[in-house]
Design a binder for this molecule. Structure first.
Ligand SMILES: Cc1cc2nc3c(=O)[nH]c(=O)nc-3n(C[C@H](O)[C@H](O)[C@H](O)COP(=O)(O)O)c2cc1C
Length: 303
């Protein structure tokens, strides 16, 4: 019985990894994730220029998760590129997936090239952040823009490109475009636009006012997104959104995901949640009498 999966041609010892944005810029934190059972690590999104992010408060608890508007705080793609070597060493052979964000196809191209130069094993293109003005979901909900970004980046890079998309009316069309343009996999989904208002100050709590909802509350939305996109494309999908235990991970895999990412639950519970999910998956695959977890992918589509 094995949890090994291949994602974008990379060998993962388990199909569980962190979601972008919840791993500090610290190779030691990556080592702890791998030791806990993660099959890969995903870095925070990097932009062309360094960004300090939005003012505090940037994160607030909400029913079933958190609302976040960090504003893609990062030291800039060149600096991130220099850090990747440390992450690779700390990950002991497990893939390091870097994440690129930007305001234009040119930005994505430059950032992704720097991340490849730094030694990343794959690049996830964050085209779905709901609170990144001028970038993020504003670009990622237009099929043609997604096509241009993915085409330019995957035409230029040797390493695999993963398109990270968020909920949008045309998600299936956008996914098809990303795949046609050369994406080897899709990460579905990002946080969902949301807001929290303080009833005493009578103002939005986050400095950016609007943020993205992460956590349990968005899990059914993510499962539906994965199911719809897998049904139409049979693409390699990495599921994200409210994964907090083996059951929420299995649901995504049955909908069509090859691997899952954990964001909010890592903030809540630290690496222990990764170990718990991995142990639960092992038990489930064994009880189901399967040799490999890959046998579960997309089973919810069988009639
Ligand atoms: C604190 C925080 C920071 C995040 N930063 C990023 C980021 O830099 N890039 C990105 O693509 N997604 C980012 N996300 C979104 C997550 O990667 C993930 O898609 C989303 O939170 C859904 O998963 P979850 O419900 O398990 O948190 C962030 C999420 C959180 C909670």
């Amino acid at each position: 019985m094995s949890l090994k999966v291949e994602v974008v041609g990379l060998n993962l010892k388990t199909p569980v990894m962190n979601a972008s944005g919840v791993l500090e810029w610290s190779p030691e934190a990556a080592r702890r994730l791998i030791d806990a059972g993660a099959g890969a690590v995903v870095l925070k999104s990097a932009t062309r220029e360094p960004r300090r992010g939005y003012d505090w408060p940037r994160i607030v608890r909400a029913f079933g998760g958190y609302i976040i508007a960090v504003g893609i705080a990062n030291p800039g793609a060149l600096e991130v590129s220099r850090m990747i070597k440390g992450f690779k060493e700390a990950s002991g052979g497990a893939p390091v997936i870097a994440s690129a964000a930007g305001f234009s196809p040119e930005d994505f191209l430059e950032v992704a090239n720097l991340l490849e130069d730094g030694g990343a094993d794959a690049v996830e293109l964050n085209m779905s952040c709901p609170h990144f003005k001028g970038g993020g979901i504003e670009l990622g909900q237009d099929p043609q823009t997604v096509y241009s970004i993915v085409r330019d980046v995957s035409g230029s890079l040797k390493i695999p490109v993963i398109a990270k998309l968020g909920v949008a009316d045309k998600l299936v069309d956008i996914s098809v475009k990303a795949l046609e343009a050369g994406a080897k996999a899709l990460t579905l989904i990002n946080t969902i636009k949301a807001m929290k208002i303080d009833v005493y100050t009578k103002k939005p709590v986050l400095s950016n006012k609007v943020g993205g909802l992460a956590g349990s509350a968005i899990h059914p939305v993510a499962v539906r997104a994965i199911y719809d996109v897998y049904r139409e494309t049979r693409a390699e999908i990495i599921g994200a959104g409210g994964v907090r235990d083996w059951e929420t991970a299995v649901e995504m895999i049955l909908a069509g995901a090859r691997a899952v990412q954990v964001g909010a639950a890592l903030i809540d519970r630290g690496e222990a949640v990764i170990t718990e999910i991995v142990r639960g998956l092992e038990k489930y695959v064994w009880i189901e009498g399967m040799k490999n977890i890959g046998e579960l992918i997309g089973l919810a589509h069988k009639t």
